[in-house]
Write a protein that binds this ligand. Structure first.
Ligand SMILES: NC(=O)c1ccc[n+]([C@@H]2O[C@H](COP(=O)([O-])OP(=O)(O)OC[C@H]3O[C@@H](n4cnc5c(N)ncnc54)[C@H](O)[C@@H]3O)[C@@H](O)[C@H]2O)c1
Length: 317
């Protein structure tokens, strides 16, 4: 892709900043972010003449409209994400993830963008997801459990995105990422916490009995999938799982693997888990493979080794 002006909401975050890095040499990038998180500080993007950073909130309709004007493409990643953050602010999660998407869609329609890529989540599949395909039914969690405000807001936003495609002809694509990890991840997640603690030789805590199962997708593969969704005409109007089903482990196995790769003496302990969790989450990526040619290349050990190396560099700074 080249010669495009691309607005990235949430572009200061983990996935957005890595995507911007891959596109910045041949395109103009507008990063629109309220800086709730900031991974830009780990990149050279702030000093790149092809990048404009707008400090703004997707809840501010006028500000967002101003930023979208003149853009060819909108990639919408701005969201409240991460289990701890979501559980601490469920109201804000619902508002930002749903109404922020509404604002972004309205701006995209008004300025007739040629592609709108929306980031949903694999959590829309619920608590037990084995080789989930995009056409499988989605699941809603119990009302009153704050954790599910994330999945519900993202799912409602997905419906909104499809409705804008059908009613207004907006060229949309929805992505459901499955457990992305890698260098420069700014939110707290299992790999972040395990790696940081293992490097310091501190105790590694596993919440619950550690038999939750996840498939981990390295950031470079996630960006490959995202770029295919940006570029391929066949993607328009569709939703795609993007993940790596071959990088599947239990949380306990992951903790021991990280400890081994860090060559760490850390003790691994099991602690009480006081929130509902997803027990099993493995995607089917057949649709993305068939329609877009997506195939994740980085296996878990290689991805973890690269990630740990980056955390080590941070610890040494
Ligand atoms: N990382 C994963 O494993 C994963 C999995 C499933 C879905 N997703 C989705 O992918 C997207 C990107 O995830 P990420 O891992 O890069 O998360 P992230 O938290 O690193 O990035 C999100 C960005 O959105 C910004 N933001 C939050 N509220 C905002 C607001 N009101 N206005 C403007 N900006 C705001 C934050 O400052 C942050 O920079 C999110 O929509 C997330 O829900 C990520």
């Amino acid at each position: 892709m080249n010669g495009k002006r691309i607005l990235v909401t949430g572009g200061a975050g983990f996935i957005g900043s890595q995507m911007a890095r891959r596109l910045v040499d041949d395109n103009e990038i507008v990063i629109f972010d309220n800086m709730h998180r900031d991974a830009l500080r780990y990149t050279e993007l702030n000093d790149n003449p092809n990048v404009t950073v707008v400090s703004g909130d997707v809840m501010d309709r006028d500000g967002l409209f101003k930023a979208v004007e003149g853009c060819d493409i909108v990639v919408h990643l701005a969201a409240i994400a991460g289990v701890d953050t979501v559980m601490g602010m469920p109201t804000q999660t619902m508002k930002v993830n749903l109404l922020g998407t509404l604002n972004a869609l309205d701006a995209a329609v008004k300025f007739k963008v040629e592609r709108f890529v929306d980031f949903s989540t694999s959590e829309v599949f619920g608590t037990h997801v084995y080789m989930a395909e995009e056409h499988n039914a989605t699941a809603l969690g119990v009302v009153g459990e704050s954790r599910w405000t994330y999945a519900v807001s993202k799912l409602a936003a997905e419906h909104l995105v499809h409705a804008y495609h059908k009613e207004y002809g907006l060229p949309t694509v929805t992505i459901r990422p499955f457990n992305v990890y890698g260098p420069q991840q700014v939110g707290i997640g299992a790999i972040h916490t395990f790696a940081v603690n293992a490097i310091k030789g501190e105790t590694i805590e596993i919440h619950g009995d550690g038999n939750q199962i996840r498939a981990w997708c390295f950031i470079d593969d996630m960006i490959d999938g995202t770029l295919l969704c940006l570029e391929k005409d066949e993607a328009i109007g569709h939703v795609f799982n993007i993940g790596n089903p071959r990088a599947t482990v239990t949380v306990a196995n992951l903790a021991y693997l990280v400890r081994r790769l860090c060559d760490s003496p850390s003790e691994v302990v099991y602690t009480n888990k006081d929130y509902v969790d997803i027990e099993l989450r493995i995607p089917s990526i057949k649709k993305a493979e068939k329609m877009l040619g997506f195939w994740p290349k980085i296996d878990l050990e290689e991805g973890l080794a690269r990630t740990i190396e980056w955390y080590r560099e941070q610890a040494d700074d």
